[in-house]
Design a protein around this ligand. Structure first.
Ligand SMILES: Nc1nc2c(ncn2[C@@H]2O[C@H](COP(=O)(O)OP(=O)(O)OP(=O)(O)O)[C@@H](O)[C@H]2O)c(=O)[nH]1
Ligand SMILES: [Mg+2]
Length: 206
């Protein structure tokens, strides 16, 4: 990356998880700092600009109601996975099935993307409802050991800063992965042009 472009990043983020885990609550909290309570069946891609560590970041956040079928064969899901530069995978501590579906989501994203995994973070939401827990945060932490990702314990209802950390953590990972891809592409270009020079020299000397 060079010049001003080095300080700009456009990141497509998809928020995924079972129904009612708080995907919209987290998204709206991050965008507006507010917790509204009820969000309905919103499907939207929100664009949001922030300056982070001197970098201009444009978040494009795709929030949609949960679709029951998370298989990659269903085209809306596949479309999201292709579009994403990063994922926020959410479960609710009061809903064991939502934890299981995050495990399934990770597997299906892995199957779809092969070796090059798009950055993701796992969010353990509704921590304010501790008295109704069915999932321990340790279980979420264990899950992150199977993939290279960060884990956040949050309450979209009660805390803005924990939600902010989720999106900041993800953007750091997206930034690093995009820089690594660009570096690799740069090295490939150098190798290509050097091979071209040597090939030309060989034919010149014939
Ligand atoms: N107590 C508590 N309630 C929450 C929290 N986050 C979300 N909720 C509530 O959980 C319910 C579902 O939240 P949504 O944000 O609509 O969940 P969703 O994942 O977007 O649901 P779908 O779009 O239907 O898949 C709402 O009643 C929210 O008020 C939280 O951290 N604590
Ligand atoms: Mg929603």
């Amino acid at each position: 990356m060079t010049g001003l472009n080095a300080l700009k990043l456009d990141a497509n983020v998809v928020v995924l998880g079972k129904d009612r885990v708080g995907k919209s609550a987290l998204t709206v909290r991050f965008l507006s700092r507010r917790f509204i309570g009820e969000y309905g069946n919103i499907e939207s891609i929100y664009s949001h600009n922030v300056v982070m560590d001197g970098r201009d970041i444009t978040f494009n956040i795709w929030d949609s109601p949960c679709c029951q079928d998370l298989s990659m064969e269903t085209s809306p899901y596949e479309k999201k996975v292709q579009w994403a530069n990063g994922f926020v995978l959410v479960y609710s501590i009061c809903d064991r099935a939502s934890f299981n579906s995050v495990t399934k989501l990770i597997q299906s994203i892995k199957d779809f993307q092969g070796m090059v995994m798009v950055p993701m973070v796992i969010v353990d939401n509704k921590r304010d409802l501790n008295h109704r827990w069915t999932v321990l945060s340790e279980e979420g932490r264990m899950l992150t050991l199977t993939i290279d990702c960060q884990f956040y314990v949050v309450s979209a209802a009660e805390n803005y800063y924990s939600v902010l950390m989720v999106f900041h953590g993800l953007i750091d990972r997206i930034w690093k992965s995009k820089s690594a891809i660009k570096k690799q592409a740069g090295i490939k270009d150098i190798v290509k042009s050097m091979s071209a020079v040597f090939a030309r020299r060989r034919t010149d000397s014939l």
